[in-house]
Write a protein that binds this ligand. Structure first.
Ligand SMILES: Cc1cc2nc3c(=O)[nH]c(=O)nc-3n(C[C@H](O)[C@H](O)[C@H](O)COP(=O)(O)OP(=O)(O)OC[C@H]3O[C@@H](n4cnc5c(N)ncnc54)[C@H](O)[C@@H]3O)c2cc1C
Length: 523
């Protein structure tokens, strides 16, 4: 998906429109000069903010009004209608705001406003009695970046040191299996922020820096070169790493995994001359890689042990749909099979077959990077155990993102997920906690996956369900799937039903998992 800004559409809002043209609870898009402006009405109040989501350019007017906010239909970012502030990741930048004047039964929009800081933010950071002086973040991914950015947005004046063993500054990782790998995204789409951002924001980003230990007594992290970096608060956001194959040939140069920008570039380099690729594993990443390689017109075979791709997470109907979708695009599946060996030219299958391959990508799952936390003696339970404020078992040390197992308020279970938006929102929540806030992490989990032109959105968390109901038709790409246990909706997957997906998120936030409402705004 790309930002689709073209010539302005809708009414010229400087000239004004009749108040009657905008009913209570409705939105419309007009323009002020060349800027597309979203006009939204709540009772007698009318708001005007930028019409395009600052994440991937989603059309906010097709999203959902919730109180005095609007949520983006594509990836559930949320903006304040009053200030334009980005309230929920994946949006990290505000949208513009305009003055609205109601006069003679008409609405006029003018005077673009600078975005204000979040109300109360300075106060919160400045007045917290135990405000830290130095915060160290281990990890330069979704959670680490979102935490650092949030700390500065909250006017934290102390030092922020971000240590990452990657050689690239934080990147838009989801793009690495999608547009960037497919060759349809430019290089400058990939960094979350330009290099100057870190300098200008006073975020001391140290790349190629491996943290090997945490000395919890002296409150220092230990680096591979034996340097010690003291902290007042520490955030561990070390993410996950791809599971490596343990079959003969797994370390050959044309056998790759995908996590970092460097991994992605190595695959692209191979893809330039490859004619046949084998993807091992029908995971989200594996299948997104398959789609991107098909976009490069490479023959793609997918080998996976399951009967249906994604059945365990999305159920059989969505599994069949995803398989059919990839087959329509020429992917050849070898299901209920695994690779037993790879050599320079072929992949041998357990079933006895052999596939030619000059590129092999293993997408057989990821493992949270827990070594640091384990060594430091933090409580571990298939992840780093954190409480409602994302603090670990050691006071002053927090964890967020793919490594964190947190008490999810919605399912009532301790869960760990590997979702981009969750990692960002946890990074932000951990930032607030480190500044002394006492707001529990309460976001409903959300992820999306993109296969060719088809996006799949998923809210909530259902590891197991006893009932799966479908509204619409999966094959027609127009559906909402409710995953229920004991009559309660735990998760909702959807294709091209963005409003229902957003409504499900709001209902879950409000603890109403039995009534998922019909389209419209949520007051
Ligand atoms: C190709 C790809 C596509 C994806 N697509 C989607 C998607 O479409 N939707 C979705 O919801 N999710 C997607 N995900 C998952 C999502 O990217 C992750 O959930 C998210 O990145 C997790 O954020 P994190 O901050 O926990 O970890 P990461 O983003 O992995 O960041 C971890 C950071 O820690 C650093 N690090 C680790 N150990 C150390 C150490 N010892 N010392 C110093 N630094 C260290 C790493 O270098 C890295 O910078 C995708 C993931 C991949 C790989």
């Amino acid at each position: 998906m790309s930002a689709g800004q073209s010539s302005p559409t809708g009414p010229d809002l400087v000239q004004g429109i009749s108040v009657d043209a905008l009913a209570d609870g409705q939105m419309l898009v007009g323009h002020v000069g060349q800027d597309a402006v979203l006009l939204a009405r709540r009772g007698n109040e009318v708001f005007a903010i930028g019409a395009t989501c600052s994440h991937y350019g989603g059309p906010l007017a097709e999203g959902l009004l919730v109180d005095d906010t609007v949520r983006c239909p594509w990836h559930h970012a949320c903006f304040s209608l009053r200030t334009g502030e980005a309230l929920h990741a994946p949006a990290l930048s505000p949208v513009a705001r305009w003055q609205v004047e109601l006069r003679d039964g008409h609405i006029f929009v003018r005077d673009k406003q600078e975005v204000k800081e979040q109300p109360g933010s300075k106060t919160r950071a400045a007045h917290s009695e135990s405000s830290p002086e130095k915060i160290v973040i281990v990890g330069g991914g979704a959670a680490g970046f979102a935490a650092a950015e949030k700390l500065r947005r909250e006017q934290f004046q102390g030092r922020i040191v971000m240590l990452s063993n990657d050689d690239a500054a934080p990147v838009d990782r989801p793009n690495l299996s999608k547009d960037y790998l497919a060759g349809t995204a430019q290089d400058d789409w990939v960094p979350l922020r330009p290099d100057s951002f870190y300098r200008d924001s006073g975020i001391e980003l140290e790349l190629r820096t491996n943290v090997t230990g945490v000395d919890v007594r002296s409150r220092e992290v230990v680096l591979a070169d034996a340097r010690r970096v003291p902290y007042d608060r520490l955030l561990l956001a070390t993410g996950a790493e791809p599971v490596r194959l343990s079959i003969p040939g797994a370390d050959l140069p044309h056998v790759r995994t995908l996590r970092s920008l460097a991994d992605c570039r190595a695959i692209i380099e191979r893809a330039k001359t490859a004619r046949r690729a084998v993807v091992l594993g029908a995971s989200f990443i594996g299948l997104e890689v398959a789609a991107s390689l098909r976009a490069r017109e490479i023959e793609v075979h997918v080998v996976a042990p399951e009967k249906r791709p994604m059945e365990r997470i999305l159920g059989p109907q969505m599994g069949d749909f995803v398989r059919a979708l990839h087959e329509e695009h020429g992917v050849i599946f070898h299901l209920e099979d695994t690779a037993s060996a790879v050599d320079g030219r072929t992949v041998k299958l357990k079933s006895g077959g052999t596939l030619d391959a000059d590129l092999v990508v293993a997408g057989v799952g990821v493992r949270p990077r827990l070594a640091l936390a384990e060594k430091a003696g933090l409580a571990i339970d298939r992840g780093v155990v954190v409480g409602h404020y994302l603090e670990t078992s050691v006071p002053g040390i927090y964890a967020a993102g793919d490594i964190a197992r947190w008490p999810d308020l919605h399912s009532g279970e301790n869960i760990r997920v590997e979702h981009w938006v969750v990692a960002e929102r946890q990074g932000q929540a951990a930032a607030l906690s480190m500044l002394g806030s006492r707001e529990p992490f309460a976001a409903v989990p959300f992820f999306w996956s993109q296969h060719y032109e088809v996006p799949i959105n998923y809210v909530g968390h259902a590891e197991k369900w006893d009932d799966l109901t479908i509204d619409g038709d999966v094959a027609s790409r127009d559906c909402v799937l409710n995953y229920k246990r004991n009559g309660r909706v735990l998760a909702v997957a959807s294709i091209y039903r963005d409003i229902e997906s957003l409504q499900a998120e709001v209902m879950m936030e409000r603890g109403d998992c039995t009534a998922l409402a019909t389209a419209g705004s949520v007051a």
